[in-house]
Design a protein around this ligand. Structure first.
Ligand SMILES: Cc1ncc(COP(=O)(O)O)c(C=O)c1O
Length: 392
């Protein structure tokens, strides 16, 4: 008898998501205060839902271009001009994807050959490193040290890790899970570092609108303000976080023209394009979403401050004040198994947090709290976490 076919050996190198692992335990339980996933508990605003319904009624049920609807790409170029002062060519430099994670996937696939290496600033959302593994390449995780009350980029460690097979550097600003926002000086240094070594710079800016460092609604200044359109820079984006559209699966990438062209072609073989009516709804989100977005950022900032002051009184907890995204990443003194900690916290208090170990090098010893939830969830969650820490 011939052997049964086995799964590809390369699959063994793709790590499982430990956030999912915790979530699967939580989902089998009732009454859990769920703060482990990276999404707001607010539903998509009605005007966006209505736009999708109208789009379906108006015939947006067919295939679109692989790069996405030209009207959506034009709207994004207009928004970039307005918010970032950056000129983009919607025909060649913007590619619509079916989510931010797909933008990351097609981008990384266009840069990596099997056996290549990629530098990844961590702790980070684990999908970047897993996508690198799916491309049969190796993610070299470079932890961001906490210096005083701010995370930094360890350029010496980046330098030491760079070798002949290194192709790219991936960073996330605002960061998931740190909430760190790269300063302009750090952006410039990251760009110079990559320029000097012939590396691609991949900037995940999906949280750019969730920024508390300026007037509400002002985005984090994009790396594209510093880079030229001929630089080897790719920016990853999504509609998920700014417009409460996680389930819709619409994102985009902005890239040098050659990468944009290649990513467009890869789109065909992965998912071809984002759903037609969801792209149309995304266009409406851009056109009409500002007021709601500003309100949401205001609420998130209040939530951040509420959770920070609650954590301030808890024993053994260190947490810097983040400038962006919707996460806190408190470090807990003496914690060496964050997964076991989160599991016990879940089972004993029904509070669901994400274990720091899920976010790669530098993450162990911390937990991630997503504060994009109502106060009716955050208040009891903070109270129970405080009691748990005091008792343990
Ligand atoms: C840093 C980061 N990048 C990208 C994404 C992808 O978002 P989506 O695939 O929903 O667009 C996420 C989602 O959590 C994220 O945290």
């Amino acid at each position: 008898m011939t052997d049964m076919p086995a799964l590809a050996r390369s699959m063994e190198t793709v790590p499982r998501s430990r956030i999912r692992e915790l979530a699967e335990v939580a989902m089998s339980m009732d009454g859990v205060l769920r703060l482990y996933f990276g999404e707001s508990n607010q539903p998509t605003p009605d005007y966006i839902k209505q736009a999708a319904i109208s789009a379906m009624a108006n015939g947006y049920t067919f295939y679109t271009e692989n790069a996405g609807l030209p009207s959506l790409r034009r709207a994004l170029a207009d928004q970039y001009r307005k918010l970032q002062g950056v000129e983009l060519d919607p025909d060649s430099e913007i590619v619509i994807t079916a989510s931010g994670v797909q933008a990351l996937n097609v981008s990384l696939r266009t840069m990596l050959d099997p056996g290549d290496e990629a530098l990844v600033l961590t702790p980070a959302w684990p999908n970047g490193a897993s996508i690198i593994a799916m491309a049969n390449a190796t993610a070299l995780q470079i932890p961001q040290p906490l210096c005083g009350d701010r995370y930094r980029v360890d350029f010496d460690a980046l330098e030491a890790a760079t070798g002949p097979r290194t192709k790219l550097l991936l960073y996330t600003s605002p960061s998931n899970p740190l909430g760190w926002v790269a300063s302009e000086a750090e952006q410039q240094q990251l760009l110079d570092f990559c320029r000097a070594r012939g590396l691609w710079l991949v900037a995940d800016e999906v949280y750019d609108r969730l920024y508390y460092g300026g007037p509400l609604g002002e985005p984090v200044p994009s790396i594209l303000r510093k880079a030229t359109r001929d630089d080897a820079v790719v920016v990853i984006h999504s509609f998920s976080k700014s417009y409460c559209m996680t389930g819709w699966r619409v994102g985009y990438l902005i890239a040098r023209r050659d990468l944009g062209r290649q990513a467009t072609e890869l789109n065909e073989f992965i998912i071809s394009h984002a759903p037609s009516f969801a792209q149309k709804a995304a266009e409406t989100a851009l056109a009409r979403g500002e007021e709601e977005l500003i309100r949401m950022v205001g609420r998130l900032k209040e939530n951040r401050d509420f959770c920070l002051s609650a954590l301030d009184g808890m024993p053994g907890v260190t947490v810097p004040k983040p400038d962006g995204a919707f996460y806190l990443f408190p470090k807990i003194d003496g914690l060496s198994d964050s997964f076991a900690f989160c599991r016990r916290l879940l089972e004993e208090t029904r509070v669901g947090l994400a274990p720091g170990v899920a976010f790669g090098a530098g993450g162990e010893g911390s937990v991630r709290i997503c504060y994009a939830a109502d106060r009716s969830i955050l208040e009891p969650a903070m109270e129970r976490l405080g009691k748990f820490l005091t008792a343990n």
